[in-house]
Design a protein around this ligand. Structure first.
Ligand SMILES: O=c1ccn([C@@H]2O[C@H](COP(=O)(O)O)[C@@H](O)[C@H]2O)c(=O)[nH]1
Length: 326
C-alpha cells in the first residue's frame, strides 16, 4: 500500500456537536434516512464487474474497484436527497487491503458531496484497543509532526458488550473531536433477543434497557441541550421495543436499521421519533443500493442502477414521512 493512502486531511465543522449537524441536515432535506453502502458482488451490475476485471483482472483489486464505481454512482444519484451514508466496513474488509482503500475513498467522496458518514464498524474492546479504533475511525493520529484523520468518519457504531472501558475511549474522541457514536442497544436481527432480551435478576428488566440507561449516561458529557453525541442502534424490526427505548432515552438519537430488506416499514417506526419528528434516522442498505434487482424497479434495468436507487430513496422518504404525517 502506498504511503499515506489512508491519510485524510483534517476538517472541523462549525458545530460544537456532531448530532446537531446531523439534525440540521435531516431538517434541511426533510429526510430522516441514511443510505447504507453495503456493496457485495451479487449486488453489482455485471457490466461494472466486467469493466473492472478487464482493467485489474479477476482480483480483489478488480472487485474493490467495481465497488468504488458502484458507490460513486449511487452517491452521485442520491446525495441531494439524504443527510448521510452508512458504509458497512465488513463489506470492504472482505476484500482485504483493496477493500479498505475503497472504504476510505468512499468516506472521503461522500464527505466531499456534503454528506455525513456513519461508519458501521461495531467496534469495542479493552480500553487501549478501543482507543486505537476510536482514533483511527473518528479521531486523530499523530505521526512525527503531522496529524492525520485516518478514516475520517463522522460517526461510528460501537458494541457495548465489554462495558464502559470499551465505550469510554469512543466518548472521549467524540468530546475532543466533535464526533458521534451509535451504541448497539436492541439490534434488528432475528436472534438479537438471545442475550439482549434476557431479564436481569437485578432490575427485573431486559438487558437492552440496562444498555439504554448506560447510553444516556455515556452521552451526558457530550450533551449541550437536546440530544447527545452518543446515540443508540435500535432495529426497525422491533417497533414495540423502539417505542419503550424512545421513552427511556430522551437525549439519545436512534439509528434504526432493519428497514426494507429486513422487513421494517415506515408504519412501524413512528414511535422511534420524538414529538417534533426528530430523534431517529432510518437506514436502508440493500433496499436502496440493489433496488434495480427488485421487481418494482426492474424498469430501470441494471444499466440505470443508480437511478433505481434514487427512486427507492424517494419511495422510502414518502413512506417514512407519510407515516410521520409530514
Ligand atoms: O441492528 C443492526 C445493526 C446494524 N445493522 C446493519 O445495517 C445494515 C442493514 O442492511 P439492510 O440491507 O438494509 O438490511 C447492515 O450494514 C447491517 O450490518 C443491522 O442490520 N442491524
Amino acid at each position: 500500500m502506498a504511503e499515506g493512502q489512508f491519510a485524510g486531511i483534517i476538517e472541523r465543522g462549525e458545530e460544537t456537536q456532531m448530532i446537531k449537524r446531523l439534525i440540521r441536515e435531516i431538517q434541511k432535506k426533510n429526510a430522516p434516512i441514511v443510505v447504507g453502502l453495503d456493496p457485495q458482488m451479487a449486488l453489482i451490475p455485471q457490466k461494472l464487474l466486467d469493466k473492472n476485471y478487464q482493467q485489474y483482472g479477476q482480483t480483489l483489486e478488480g472487485a474493490a474497484n467495481a465497488f468504488w464505481d458502484f458507490n460513486r454512482a449511487i452517491i452521485d444519484a442520491v446525495c441531494d436527497l439524504i443527510p448521510a451514508v452508512k458504509p458497512q466496513s465488513a463489506m470492504y474488509e472482505r476484500l482485504g487491503l483493496a477493500g479498505e482503500a475503497v472504504y476510505h475513498k468512499t468516506i472521503s467522496y461522500a464527505r466531499d458531496k456534503g454528506l455525513l458518514v456513519i461508519g458501521d464498524i461495531k467496534r469495542g474492546d479493552i480500553g487501549s484497543t478501543s482507543a486505537a479504533y476510536a482514533d483511527g475511525h473518528l479521531g486523530l493520529v499523530t505521526v512525527g509532526e503531522k496529524v492525520y484523520a485516518p478514516f475520517g468518519e463522522d460517526f461510528a457504531t460501537v458494541n457495548p458488550y465489554m462495558g464502559t472501558d470499551a465505550v469510554g475511549p469512543f466518548v472521549d474522541v467524540c468530546k475532543a473531536q466533535d464526533k458521534g457514536i451509535f451504541v448497539l442497544v436492541k439490534t434488528s436481527n432475528p436472534s438479537s433477543g438471545e442475550f439482549q432480551d434476557q431479564i436481569l435478576a437485578e432490575t427485573g428488566k431486559p438487558l437492552y434497557e440496562s444498555v439504554a440507561y448506560m447510553v444516556e449516561k455515556w452521552g451526558e458529557e457530550t450533551r449541550e441541550d437536546g440530544y447527545s453525541d452518543v446515540g443508540a442502534v435500535v432495529g426497525a424490526t422491533y417497533p414495540r421495543q423502539g417505542e419503550r427505548l424512545r421513552e427511556l432515552m430522551p437525549h439519545t438519537y436512534i439509528l434504526v436499521p432493519g428497514y426494507g430488506a429486513q422487513g421494517g416499514r415506515g408504519f412501524d417506526l413512528t414511535h422511534f421519533f420524538d414529538k417534533d419528528g426528530l430523534g431517529a434516522i432510518v437506514n436502508s442498505s440493500r433496499g436502496i443500493i440493489a433496488a434495480y434487482q427488485k421487481d418494482n424497479y426492474a424498469g430501470f434495468g441494471a444499466e440505470h442502477f443508480a437511478e433505481a436507487s434514487r427512486q427507492a430513496v424517494l419511495d422510502m422518504l414518502a413512506d417514512i414521512n407519510g407515516a410521520l404525517g409530514r
